[in-house]
Design a protein around this ligand. Sequence first.
Ligand SMILES: [Zn+2]
Length: 143
Amino acid sequence: MSSCIFCEILAGRMEGTFVYRNERVSAFMDIAQWTAGHLLVVPNAHAAMLADLESRVGGEIFTVAMRLGAALRRCNPAPHGINLHLADGEAAGQEIFHVHLHVIPRFPGDQFGIRSPNLGRRVDRASLDQRAEEIRAALEPGR
Ligand SMILES: [Zn+2]
């Protein structure tokens, strides 16, 4: 028995409602259903955080999420939009420490959203330039 609930679902030891599965990536219904059709795309191999995930698998997670978003748009009722959301780290709201990308179908009036006191704010260019320089210097080559 793993201590990771997503590994348990992937191993079939806990119930999961799957919509997609290949050798590296799986997708199943989120038990919480933030909106109707809410899905999670996960790597099959346990990776707690993005830093633990092969970038190739990360790319595949995104590709599968794109395909699922397109599939959702063909369902009835068809969502008017799709949000993709990934929380990396406890401070970001991550609760299950097995990387997962939320695919969230959006419908008019569903009241789902990202809250921040800074939404709509504009920051001066000098501050942006300074922060960007720091981020560029911190980039690991080739990742
Ligand atoms: Zn896991």
